[in-house]
Design a protein around this ligand. Structure first.
Ligand code: PEP
Length: 253
């Protein structure tokens, strides 16, 4: 059975008290929840990690994640945060290669391999993002584009390492736009990603990898998207900042 995961990406949002309030509300709403087989990951900005980690203590299925990490282990890299630091603050996941990092911070496939290596070496599960821009979708070459992203960044990892990676398919044209991929579009891409992984690592391994959908996922569309056989959960941006919406998405399985 693949892990079902709903991860919230707060991006650069929430002042100190807002982050604590959001976390407390989420924890209170789901701590006695029957849908206990859904793993929940909160990915706040770095400065919230310590407080969020304290607030989620004791709720086993809620985990902490970073939104990024350095490709270096330590040293003179002012402003950077290492995977080891994230782990030492209680994180067990880290988002790698979000399209905003690729676009605004020029993160290349090669750099993302190094970040993924750092994450794995420090015991973090990478949530590795891939996804095509609108012009690629319109040109009809989206599957090749996404497969190439995965090949370039991940296909040098061993089978055991790959099993620790969570993939997040996030079509860029659907992120923060209110424009969601249809559940069929999500399923088609997720199946293509799984078959691409199977081509390199075999069916058994590919079937163990959780593939999340991200892009304007909301309480009113999550159920339909999550009902698809190759969709194992979601990476949630905007809706993860509203406790009720985020919890409703968690409850959509
Ligand atoms: C994201 O940025 O990972 C994301 C999916 O954002 P949104 O849900 O706001 O589209």
């Amino acid at each position: 059975m693949r892990k079902k995961i709903v991860a919230g990406n707060w991006k650069m949002n929430c002042l100190q008290e807002e982050g604590q309030k959001l976390t407390s509300e989420i924890v209170n709403m789901i701590k006695d929840e029957p849908t206990a087989d859904v793993t929940v990951v909160l990915n706040p900005p770095y400065v919230h990690l310590h407080a969020v980690n304290k607030l989620i203590a004791g709720v086993d299925r809620v985990h902490l994640g970073g939104q990024n990490c350095s490709d270096q282990a330590s040293g003179a890299f002012t402003g950077e945060v290492s995977a080891g630091m994230l782990a030492s603050f209680g994180a067990s996941y880290v988002i790698i290669g979000h399209s905003e990092r690729r676009q605004y911070f020029n993160e290349t496939n090669e750099l993302l391999t190094a970040k993924t290596r750092q994450a794995l070496d420090n015991g973090l599960q990478p949530i590795f993002c891939c996804g095509e821009p609108l012009e690629i979708r319109e040109a009809g070459t989206h599957e090749t584009y996404v497969k190439d992203q995965l090949t370039a960044s991940l296909f040098n990892f061993t089978e055991e390492e790959l099993k620790k990676i969570v993939i997040a398919y996030e079509p860029i044209w659907a992120i923060g736009t209110g424009k969601t991929a249809s559940s069929e579009q999500a399923q088609d891409m997720h199946a293509a990603i799984r078959s691409h992984l199977a081509g390199k690592y075999g069916d058994a391994t590919a079937n163990e990898i959780s593939i999340l959908y991200g892009g304007s996922c909301k309480p009113d569309n999550a159920k339909e998207i999550f009902s698809k056989p190759d969709v194992d959960g979601g990476l949630i941006g905007g809706a993860s900042l509203k406790s009720r919406d985020f919890v409703a998405i968690v409850q959509s399985f």
